[in-house]
Design a protein around this ligand. Structure first.
Ligand code: SAH
Length: 214
């Protein structure tokens, strides 16, 4: 199959999965997932499945990336915070839709590799940082949108506090290693409203920096 055909199939598959937001589909079409996967699994970059990346983590399944991106409803003037840089793929997709993206991972190696990819792709509106993302990024807050791509037991309080009024956070919530519920939290004037968006499976949000960075 040619790469053009592969891309058409990829977008067709996302539409079938209920991704109808044209901006999200264009972003998914623009960002080449192949750039974010190296080594043994490189040949499987265009399959709709999660794949292993260094530090024992995973790059999410493209249909899940698209679903979370669509749920986040990012506007062109938004500043977005992502927790869980991983390969950098989700942040690169967000960079197509937002004014500015900050992404945090607890593994320095992943942050360095992702930064190299953002530079090679010319994505100048994404900044990756090594930190404990469960504390958010108070120096830059408030954020219009926050996306957590690791599973938390509850929507993290510091992250909700860093959401501007009217802002949206999407986060997988549940016990680590089991199936989690994808939750959309909207911070309104009278408090936070929650909506459930179905099941997902993510690696857990772990407090503190990765073993190799301490
Ligand atoms: N969004 C990524 C996939 C995320 S995998 C992609 O597009 O490839 C989940 C990531 O969350 C892992 O890289 C893991 O290191 C990170 N993570 C887990 N707990 C964290 C924490 N407390 N702070 C920052 N990153 C965390």
């Amino acid at each position: 199959m040619s790469s053009a055909e592969q891309k058409m199939q990829f977008i067709f598959h996302l539409r079938q999965q209920g991704i109808l937001d044209e901006r999200v589909l264009t972003a998914m079409e623009t960002v080449d997932r192949g750039v974010f996967i190296t080594g043994t699994f490189a040949g499987r970059a265009y399959e709709d499945m999660p794949l292993p990346i260094p530090c024992g983590q995973t790059i999410s399944q493209p249909s899940v990336v698209a679903r979370m991106t669509q749920a986040l409803n990012v506007g062109p003037r938004d500043t977005v915070l992502e927790i869980g840089t991983g390969s950098g793929y989700q942040a690169a997709v967000l960079s197509q839709l937002a004014r500015r993206v900050y992404t945090i991972d607890r593994h320095r190696r992943l942050v360095e590799e992702a930064t190299g990819r953002f530079q090679r792709l010319g994505l100048s509106n994404v900044t990756a940082m090594t930190a404990d993302g469960s504390r958010g990024l108070p120096a830059i807050a408030p954020f219009d949108r926050i996306l957590v791509t690791a599973a938390a037991e509850d929507p993290p309080g510091p992250l909700l506090a860093q959401l501007r009024e009217g802002g949206t956070m999407v986060v997988p919530v549940g016990q680590s290693h089991s199936v989690q519920r994808l939750i959309k939290a909207v911070r309104g004037p009278g408090g936070v409203e929650y909506e459930e968006l179905g099941d997902v499976r993510f690696v857990p949000l772990v407090e503190g920096l990765g073993q190799d960075e301490i």
